[in-house]
Design a protein around this ligand. Structure first.
Ligand code: SF4
Length: 245
């Protein structure tokens, strides 16, 4: 997920329905092959140690952008942007997500979604409204709690993976790699679980200590560290297409 920044003219009081914690007006990296804006949903129930947007975790933020202002701004971006990506925070935590996506589609933009798969039932509501999903799969199911701090979080994420695969939505599976939170043994186990789910393409994102509020985790993952080549070869023997980011 990209860093969230609120535009200078953000309204102070967002309407009920969809709470926006920030907006990136232009990105080429958050939706493959498309020029996009990123809307950052305010709020997330998980507490991943490596989260780099901790200000988006509370259900209400101090720098929210009114959804009506985002929609009005999008009117001026027709022909300049291809897509709007809902990121977070966790977009599926908000009951207004489907309406927000419909409003974006009505303006002619494709819809992307970055999600941890936290709420499979909410995901089922919006799966027909999304053109592409980036799904964070954080760990093998049994080890999810050590990343998110939430028991049973892995069951939700894998239920979401199954739902998205059945729906046939273009999907990117990605995992943040941190030497403490996702050690090699867990990556090997996750590769096996993904392969059992039919996943053949996997993006591994090296943790970067940017925005993360956990000093110990930052210190244990030096900037510039690279994934071990031998481990990568092992993982690629299980999930054939691995991309590094
Ligand atoms: S699911 Fe995403 S937004 Fe929520 S705590 Fe984890 S990294 Fe942060």
């Amino acid at each position: 997920m990209a860093d969230a920044r609120a535009p200078q003219d953000a309204a102070a009081t967002p309407p009920a329905g969809f709470h926006v914690g920030g907006l990136v007006p232009f990105t080429t990296t958050d939706y493959p092959g498309k020029l996009a804006a990123v809307v950052f949903a305010q709020g997330c129930p998980w507490r991943c140690g490596y989260c780099h947007n901790p200000h988006l975790l509370p259900p209400r933020g101090t720098d929210e952008v009114a959804w009506s202002d985002v929609l009005a701004w999008l009117d001026g971006r027709r022909g300049l942007l291809d897509a709007v990506v809902f990121s977070g925070g966790e977009p599926t935590a908000q009951s207004g997500l489907a309406d927000a996506m419909r409003a974006v589609r009505a303006k002619g933009f494709a819809v992307g979604l970055h999600t941890g798969g936290i709420y499979p039932r909410r995901l089922a509501e919006v799966v027909g409204l999304v053109d592409w999903v980036g799904l964070d799969v954080k760990a093998p199911i049994a080890a999810y709690v050590q990343v998110t701090g939430v028991a049973s979080s892995g069951l939700a994420a894998f239920a979401s993976l199954d739902l998205l695969q059945r729906a046939g939505v273009p999907l990117e599976i990605r995992t943040t790699v941190h030497p403490v939170l996702t050690p090699p043994a867990d990556l090997r186990a996750l590769a096996r679980e993904l392969a059992e789910c039919g996943v053949r393409s996997w993006v591994l994102q090296t943790f970067r200590p940017i925005g993360c509020a956990n000093d110990e985790l930052n210190a244990s993952a030096p900037a510039g560290a690279r994934l071990d080549e031998a481990l990568l070869a092992e993982l690629a023997a299980v999930v054939p297409e691995i991309a590094l980011r």
